[in-house]
Each structure stands twice: as structure tokens, then as C-alpha cells.
Design a protein around this ligand. Sequence first.
Ligand code: DX5
Ligand code: ZN
Length: 220
Amino acid sequence: MRYELAPSILAADFKELGAEMKRTEDNGAGYLHFDVMDGMFVPSISFGMPVLASIREATAQVKDVHLMVQEPIRYIEAFGEAGADLITVHLEACEDVAATIAKIRETGCKVGLSICPETDAAAVDPYLDQVDMILVMSVHPGFGGQKFIPESLDKIRQIRRTAEERGLSVDIEVDGGIYLTNVREVLDAGANIIVAGSAVFRGDAGKNTKDFMEIMREYE
Ligand code: DX5
Ligand code: ZN
């Protein structure tokens, strides 16, 4: 399996954003995680299309856009045009999940489907063969720097098991509260894409990325 680190720029120092991203790219992070919050689906507001459009040329990393937005179907085209490579929506935020997935496909982006901590792992079963990635939230979406919810590990295991039983090679990304101290548990459970915000950007982003990559390479 392929393993990827997706540093979440939510925790970055925005006046240094270009240089910070570059430090993660140079040290092996293949993805860049971009958290969009609308103040409705989640209480906070972060950033949107103009920021993505301005960083798209600055890095060759996969622009991994996590839409924490109510009825995300309204914004999919705009994020596709702004430079997303992968667009993830929340199952809980979509009135019509299948139509939202189809809309992402139309843009040419890869498709991710996410579930909050209170949503059952089985909720993604009907869509497993239609998406490229499942994003398991291991904190309540809305803020960086929260504590990892240990029950997420069982959800990862369950989704990986179901995908394997059905012969599907779906990526499983996990987001929230992941540090060098607990990333192995998340990988052992069956995840292959790791989001890390505070653990990468609070401190030396280059060195932190390198340390994560060393662990992830043990799994390849
Ligand atoms: C939370 C966001 C996360 C967040 C992770 O709503 O989706 O991507 O940035 O941050 P850390 O790694 O600090 O928990
Ligand atoms: Zn995220």
C-alpha cells in the first residue's frame, strides 16, 4: 500500500505559508491538506478558494481539500477551478451524497467522503465503491489541536476490513490529534493517509515531516 502524509495548513503560520509548505514538500509530504470551514457545518471559519488559487502553483503536492461545509455541492466546481486535486465532503453535510460524489467526478478531481466521530463506520458502506478515499475524523471537525478520539481506531479497522472483503483498494485518511507518538496505532488500524496539523507546523515543519515520513516508510 501507498502511505502519504498530508500536513494541514490550518496550523501553519500564514505569513510564512509558501515557505512552510515547501518545507513539508521537500521532506516527503506528498499531500497538502486544506481545511475549509463555513461557520455552519462547523462553528469556525477558515479560508477558501482565493487562498487555494494562490498556492496551487507553489507546490506539486496533491491539494487535498476537506470541505467542512453545509451542502458542499454548491462549491465543488469553484474548488475544482481553484486547484483542488482531491475534494472530500462530509456525509452528514450532503442532502444527496451520490449527486455530490458525481459532481466531484465531473470536475476531474478525486473523491473523498468523510464521517464525523458520532457517525457509524457502516454509513460509508453504500459509497465505498464510488469514492477514492474515506476520511475518518478522529476529532470533532472545526478546530486544530484537539485530542485524538481512540474509538476512531475501530472505525478505521472496520472500514478497511469491509473494503478488503469487497476487493476495493480505497484510501483511508485520518484527521485530528495525530502526533509522532500515536501515528503507528492509526497506521496499524489500516489508515494509509495521515493528516497532521499541529504536529507538523507547531515547530520545525521540515524536521517534523521527516520524522513522520520515517515512520510511514516502515509500513510500505
Ligand atoms: C479539524 C481539521 C483538521 C485539523 C487537524 O477540523 O479537519 O485537519 O487541522 O489538526 P491537528 O493535527 O492539529 O489535530
Ligand atoms: Zn481536515
